[in-house]
Design a protein around this ligand. Structure first.
Ligand code: HEM
Length: 415
C-alpha cells in the first residue's frame, strides 16, 4: 500500500517499529506509512495477551458483526479504573459504549432524531450555516493574510447546525466547542490516568451545560431537540435522567467533532485534486462520490476498540477473553483486497464502501446527517473562493482515534 498524498519523509520501517511509532505524535500525524508497514504482518496481528490489531477489511467487518466482540462498556471501564473519570462516567451511559440490552434500548429511544425526515428538515439549517460562515470568511480577508479554516469554518458550520437543533444560544457555542474537542482525547489509548484530565474537564463543562439545559426545557419547552427528548423520556421513562443528559452530550460531541474533521479533510483533498475538487457545486452529482472517497482515503475516526467476551478463534488467531481488539478502520479502507490501488485518491471508484461509519449494530446513527452537512458546506466554500489555497501544511491534533486538523492555514485568494 504505497502512500501518495501523505508521504512520510522518513525511510520505510519494519512492523515492530511501526507499531511502537503508531501512537507517537509523528505516527498520529501521518499513520499511513505505518499501516503499510504493519500490513506486511497480515490483516490480523496478535499483540500479546492483552490485544490484537486488526487491519483487514473483511476481518474488521467480521469483528463488527460478531456479538462476542463487545464495545468497551461500564463493566470494562470499571476493571481499568477509567470509570472513576468524569469523561468515561458519561461515555459509558451512551449507546456507543453500551452492549445489549441497554444498547438496543438507547438506540430505539434516539432513532427518530436521526430519521431521513429529520435530515431533510436539517438541510435548511446546514445551507444557512454554510452561507453564513463563508460570508464571515470574506469579512476576515480584508488584509489578504492567511486564515485558519478550522477555527473559522470547519468547526463553525457543524456547531451552528447542532447548536440550532439543540437550542444552544449563540453566545455559549464557542466555549462548548473547546470542551467538545477536549472530550475526544479520552478515546486515545491511555498510558497514565492524568492524560484523561483534559477530557474530564471538557466533559464537566458539557454535562453541567446540558443538565441545566434539560432542566430549563422541562420548565419551558421549545421547538428543539432537547425539549423533544425530555418530553419523550418523561413520557415513557425509557432512559434514566443521567442517560438522557449523556445522550445529548453525545449528540453534541458527535454532531460537531467528526463532521468538522471531515470538512477539513474534504477541503484539503479538493485542493490536492483540483480537477475533481475545485469545480464542486452543491447540486453536483460528484459531491457524494468525493465525500465517500474522502471518508475512505482519510477518515475522521481511525480506530474502534472491542473487548472479547470469551476466547475467540479469529481468522487463525486466538483472541483471549477480556483482551482488546483494535480495529483500524483507516487501514481497512486501504486493504488492497477490497480497494484497487488503494493509495490513489479516486472519486470514480465503483462500489466504494469504506468502513468509516462502522458497521453492524453500532453503525453510526448520524452518518446521513454528517454527510449532508459536509456535502453542503464544502461546495459552498469552494465556489465562493475559487482560488482558495493552503498557506502552510495543515497541522493535526495529537490524536489518532478521532483524527483531524488542529489548524489549516489558507489563503482565500480574493485579493
Ligand atoms: C463524519 C462524521 C462521523 C463519523 C466519521 C462517525 C463515525 C462513527 C463510527 C465509526 C461509529 C461506530 C462506533 C462503534 O462501532 O464503536 C459511530 C457511531 C455513532 N455515531 Fe457517528 N460519526 C460521524 C458523525 C456523527 C454524527 C453527526 C452523529 C450525531 C449527531 C453521530 C452519532 C453517532 C451515534 C449515536 C453512534 C452510536 C451508534 C450505536 O452505538 O448504536 N455520528 N459514528
Amino acid at each position: 500500500m504505497p502512500a501518495t498524498d501523505q508521504q512520510l519523509t522518513e525511510p520505510a520501517m519494519g512492523p515492530a517499529e511501526a507499531l511502537s511509532e503508531l501512537f507517537t505524535p509523528a505516527g498520529k500525524h501521518n499513520p499511513y506509512p505505518l499501516y503499510d508497514a504493519l500490513w506486511e504482518l497480515g490483516p490480523v496481528i496478535p499483540l500479546g495477551p492483552s490485544g490484537t490489531l486488526v487491519l483487514g477489511y473483511d476481518e474488521i467487518c467480521a469483528a463488527l458483526r460478531d456479538p462476542r466482540f463487545l464495545v468497551t462498556d461500564a463493566a470494562v471501564h470499571r476493571t481499568t479504573g477509567m470509570i472513576d473519570h468524569s469523561s468515561w462516567q458519561c461515555f459509558t451511559k451512551i449507546m456507543m459504549f453500551s452492549n445489549s440490552p441497554d444498547h438496543e434500548r438507547m438506540r430505539r429511544f434516539a432513532a427518530w432524531a436521526y430519521s431521513p425526515r429529520q435530515i431533510t428538515e436539517r438541510r435548511r439549517l446546514a445551507a444557512r450555516a454554510a452561507e453564513r460562515w463563508t460570508t464571515h470568511l470574506a469579512t476576515l480577508d480584508a488584509d489578504g493574510g492567511p486564515i485558519d479554516l478550522v477555527e473559522t469554518f470547519a468547526t463553525r458550520v457543524p456547531i451552528s447546525v447542532t447548536g440550532d437543533l439543540l437550542g444552544v444560544p449563540e453566545a455559549d457555542r464557542l466555549e462548548l466547542r473547546t470542551a467538545i474537542t477536549a472530550t475526544t482525547t479520552a478515546f486515545e489509548p491511555v498510558f497514565d490516568p492524568d492524560e484523561l484530565l483534559p477530557a474530564d474537564a471538557g466533559m464537566d463543562v458539557l454535562v453541567d451545560y446540558l443538565d441545566d439545559l434539560v432542566r430549563e426545557r422541562r420548565r419551558r419547552p421549545g421547538d428543539d431537540l432537547v425539549s423533544a427528548m425530555v418530553r419523550d423520556r418523561d413520557a415513557d421513562g425509557a432512559l434514566s435522567e443521567e442517560e438522557l443528559v449523556a445522550s445529548l452530550v453525545m449528540f453534541l460531541i458527535a454532531g460537531v467533532q467528526s463532521p468538522s474533521d471531515l470538512i477539513g479533510n474534504t477541503v484539503r483533498l479538493a485542493l490536492n485534486h483540483p480537477s475533481e475538487g475545485r469545480g464542486m457545486t452543491a447540486d453536483d452529482d460528484l459531491v457524494p462520490a468525493f465525500v465517500t472517497e474522502t471518508l475512505r482515503f482519510d477518515p475522521p475516526n481511525h480506530v474502534l476498540t472491542r473487548s472479547a467476551e470469551t476466547d475467540i478463534d479469529f481468522h487463525g488467531h486466538r483472541v483471549a477473553a477480556g483482551s482488546r481488539a483494535l480495529l483500524v478502520l483507516a487501514a481497512a479502507n486501504r486493504d488492497p483486497r477490497q480497494f484497487a490501488d488503494p493509495a490513489r485518491f479516486d472519486v470514480t471508484r465503483k462500489d466504494n464502501r469504506p468502513l468509516s461509519f462502522g458497521l453492524g449494530p453500532h453503525y453510526c446513527l448520524g452518518a446521513a446527517f454528517a454527510r449532508m452537512q459536509v456535502e453542503m458546506a464544502v461546495p459552498v466554500l469552494l465556489s465562493r473562493f475559487p482560488h482558495l489555497s493552503l498557506a502552510a501544511p495543515p497541522t493535526y491534533r495529537d490524536q489518532l482515534v478521532t483524527r483531524g486538523f488542529a489548524r489549516m492555514e489558507v489563503m482565500l485568494g480574493t485579493t
